[in-house]
Design a protein around this ligand. Structure first.
Ligand code: AMP
Length: 305
């Protein structure tokens, strides 16, 4: 079984109140996703980088077992994103986005890649998500992320993507924007009517909500003493969730809830360091131990009067 992800591989500049500005860090939606997913399942990365992309970052993908046959190297500059976190380390403003090599990018999947069973359309222009979707033959699961920029400027292409998606993962702000409502429960119903059977709404340090036919499920964010850099937490959550589903091969509602907890555990590691640093050495055992921590966080005896 295999997971294929298309998304951004980026050089990020990130400013936090405590640590100031850190420049040219490895980032990008597909970077976080693929490194996380490779921990438990073979994962193929489809993206493009420019001539300025450091070899050490390619080496990180290799060392974590990411299949980088689909990582194109183009002339020009790598995609760049610059953001600043507010004091609460949840709110953030985007200071700059440069698509660079993504402007000319045409994903071309090899024969083997077209047979991928689990597809994740990480945050990237919806037209590129569609191009990949059209090349993969018969995926068992298509999961997808997007962002306010595309909801605002590429609504038609995004609508086409959503009609073909099984699980959509977006944050609360995006859910309200996409649905045009002011309430998350109403938003979930409206968005599920657009295509996705299951919807995951990510809420930063308030955890994530799953809406599906079984009802609503909440997975908390693990309470941490120190949050260094939240960048990529959403992509890491998605990487955890999708790879857990692929690893177990079970798309049933009970397993989806376990996948939400696994995703939450993975995301809690992401924020403990800048960039993908926390994933350089992370082991399955560490993740499992944190999943047990989640268990004790939310398990309780029935309330009695
Ligand atoms: P997250 O914190 O999970 O929302 O993901 C942050 C990552 O998304 C950063 O590493 C950025 O490089 C990447 N990113 C930001 N804006 C875009 C965009 N317009 N298209 C694709 N990736 C983006």
């Amino acid at each position: 079984m295999s997971v294929l992800v298309v998304g951004s591989v980026a050089l990020d500049s990130v400013e936090t109140p405590l640590d100031g500005m850190h420049e040219d860090l490895l980032g990008g939606s597909a970077s976080f996703f693929s490194v996380v997913s490779s921990l438990i399942v073979p994962t193929r990365l489809v993206a493009v980088v420019g001539a300025d992309f450091p070899e050490e970052h390619v080496e990180l993908f290799r060392s974590r077992g990411v299949d980088i046959e689909g990582l194109q190297h183009a002339e020009g500059r790598t995609f760049r994103w610059k953001g600043r976190y507010l004091k609460d380390m949840v709110g953030r403003e985007t200071l700059d986005t440069q698509l660079n090599v993504f402007e000319q990018f045409k994903p071309q999947l090899s024969e083997a890649y077209r047979d991928s069973e689990y597809l994740f359309l990480a945050n990237i222009h919806p037209a590129l998500q569609l191009q990949v979707l059209e090349q993969v033959r018969s995926p068992k699961l298509v999961a997808c992320d997007t962002m306010n920029l595309w909801i605002d400027t590429e609504r038609d292409a995004l609508t086409k993507v959503l009609q073909r998606v099984g699980i959509l993962l977006i944050n609360d702000e995006e859910a309200l924007m996409l649905s045009g409502t002011g309430n998350l429960v109403k938003a979930a119903a409206a968005i599920r009517a657009m295509g996705p059977k299951q919807l995951v709404i990510k809420r930063g340090d308030a955890g994530a909500l799953l809406f599906d036919d079984a009802g609503i499920f909440w997975s908390p964010a693990y309470p941490l003493e120190s949050v260094v850099d939240p960048t990529g937490a959403g992509d890491s959550f998605a990487g955890g969730l999708v790879s857990y589903l692929a690893h177990t091969g079970d798309l049933g509602p009970a397993n989806l809830r376990r996948a939400m907890v696994y995703g939450g555990a993975i995301a809690s590691f992401c924020v403990e360091a800048f960039s993908l640093d926390r994933f350089r050495q992370l082991s399955k055992d560490e993740v499992l131990t944190r999943c047990e921590g989640f268990n004790s966080l939310v398990s309780f005896e029935p309330v009695k009067l």
